[in-house]
Design a protein around this ligand. Structure first.
Ligand code: AMP
Ligand code: MG
Length: 429
């Protein structure tokens, strides 16, 4: 690691914390590509620029059901009779000659004969008397109308999707359009998730006095799975440094990233930072955000000392125990890191301007991410508090549409003041 990576104890502003962990990861990152079928490539990240092997459309074709003709044959006579010389259907091109002044029946997507250049919609034609082989055109066409030119969407060799693109349904459809069956993607990031705290019980167990159920683990496993990671459930660990140490050591050789929740604060039972320092390095552990201040980032050494220099360490993200704090730090600090580790562009937060419905309490010192619901009105977006700023209430996070970005040094916010809000990302839907 570079000398700028010394442990830091002061509270880091969010952008600085994010930059710091991204820089550490980037300095030791190794991306590995693998080839998969497009049918298994949903949400994977493209490992190389992808160029079009064909022109799209491959041939000039009709955009409408109707009749194809040569525009040069159109006269000023509104009673001009057009002889129908044949047909071109999707998958069955016309292979004859079209005599001057004649047309052919054509369906949407069917290939245009080389010397025809214009399509008249079926609705704009009328059979000429009883003769089902000749027709009138009700409206004078425009030259070249209703056709899709060969290569008008994509030319051969054109860059279609750059490296780092996340393959969603539209990107996969586009790959199929190009006839691409296999695609080179980056390996999924393997992330182990654990919860820590003596008070935690698992759903299905019986609660004793003072216990509560472990909600963070399934929440984090789910969001990371949805993001596209290979997730490993590392289970639950007591507030015991020895138990935490052996769990982390065991996990360190089989995952790229470990995400823990709980035990990173300053309480007597908070051992994550201590154990992280013993097994590797703690880089920083306090971020100037609310909720989410106790957040530890560092790395664990691999137990295989020979390979230690060749492979990146295991990145450790120690999230706070309060479920809302865990969700917020996951969004603001963990997801950007996973984007980087997955070979994607790190997305900047999307912020919308809004006006507060009621006043919001705020003390200078931390970026305040309060949970708000949003309403789009003719006067812009209105942000209304969901009614609590307790970081223990996961249901309030569920009811929120967005988090406020009340700047670090800002004071109380009056009703109607301008603020920035960050809509909840798609991972939480
Ligand atoms: P800690 O960060 O360990 O001090 O925990 C802060 C608060 O979050 C405490 O009230 C814990 O009981 C609670 N907490 C810690 N871990 C979890 C978890 N996995 N699920 C739900 N609540 C938790
Ligand atoms: Mg705890």
């Amino acid at each position: 690691m570079t000398s700028t990576m010394q442990p830091k104890v002061s509270m880091l502003p969010l952008p600085e914390a994010q930059q710091r962990l991204l820089t550490a990861i980037r300095s030791r990152m190794q991306l590995t590509a693998t080839t998969v079928s497009i049918f298994s490539a949903l949400d994977r990240t493209l490992a190389a620029d992808l160029f079009s092997p064909i022109a799209v459309p491959t041939a000039t074709n009709s955009a409408m059901d109707g009749y194809a003709l040569r525009f040069a044959d159109v006269t000023l006579n509104p009673q001009q009779r057009w002889q129908v010389a044949g047909q071109s259907l999707a998958g069955h091109p016309f292979d004859g000659e079209v005599p001057p002044g004649a047309c052919i029946r054509i369906t949407t997507g069917a290939v245009m004969p080389a010397d025809l250049d214009t399509v008249v919609m079926q609705e704009d034609t009328q059979w000429a008397g009883d003769d089902a082989t000749a027709l009138f055109i009700k409206q004078r066409p425009i030259a070249g109308q209703h056709i899709r030119l060969c290569g008008s969407e994509l030319e051969i060799g054109q860059l279609v999707l750059p490296q780092g693109t996340v393959l969603g349904p539209l990107q996969l459809g586009l790959l199929a359009t190009l006839g691409i069956a296999q695609v080179s993607v980056y390996k999924k990031v393997r992330v182990g998730v654990l919860s820590s705290g003596d008070e935690l019980r698992q759903p299905g167990e019986v609660l004793q006095d003072g216990d509560l159920f472990d909600s963070n683990r399934i929440m984090l496993l789910s969001v990371l799975k949805r993001f596209g990671c290979d997730v490993v459930d590392l289970g639950w660990v007591r507030d015991d440094p020895q138990a935490l140490r052996s769990l982390l050591q065991k996990a360190a050789d089989s995952v790229d990233v470990i995400v823990s929740s709980g035990g990173v604060s300053v309480g007597d039972a908070d051992y994550t930072r201590q154990v992280l320092s013993e097994l590797g390095q703690m880089d920083f552990w306090q971020v100037a955000i609310k909720p989410g201040k106790p957040f530890a980032f560092g790395w664990l050494n691999r137990s295989d000392t020979e390979r230690r220099a060749q492979i990146p360490p295991v990145w450790l993200f120690g999230l706070p125990g309060n479920p809302v704090s865990a969700a917020v730090t996951c969004e603001q600090l963990l997801i950007p890191a996973l984007q980087l580790l997955s070979g994607q562009q790190v997305q900047k937060p999307v912020l919308w301007p809004a006006k507060t419905v009621q006043g919001l309490r705020k003390k200078p010192g931390r970026l305040d991410m309060q949970r708000v619901s949003l309403q789009v009105t003719a006067d812009g977006i209105k942000a209304e508090s969901v009614g609590t700023d307790s970081s223990g209430m996961l249901s309030s996070m569920m009811h929120a549409d967005a988090l406020t970005w009340l700047e670090q040094q800002r004071n109380n916010v009056e009703p109607g003041e301008d603020i920035w809000v960050q809509p909840k990302s798609c991972w939480w839907r």
